[in-house]
Write a new protein. Sequence first.
Length: 70
Amino acid sequence: MNNLDLTNAISDFDKAVVELLRASGWLYHVYRTASSDPSVALDLLKTAEARLTSVTLSEGVFEHLYHEAA
């Protein structure tokens, strides 16, 4: 292990968090749309809601990623 390994690991982690944010935004959008559709199975809505509420981010994560992306 060296500085490059750690730098790459941090970069990979940041990319994964950004992807998680993108995917959770998409899931939230689809969930909100599906919530008003009576044909959508309740257990599926509950599964989506559980996913959306299972991940939390610490204060400052958004600002950090914004500055990294800039």
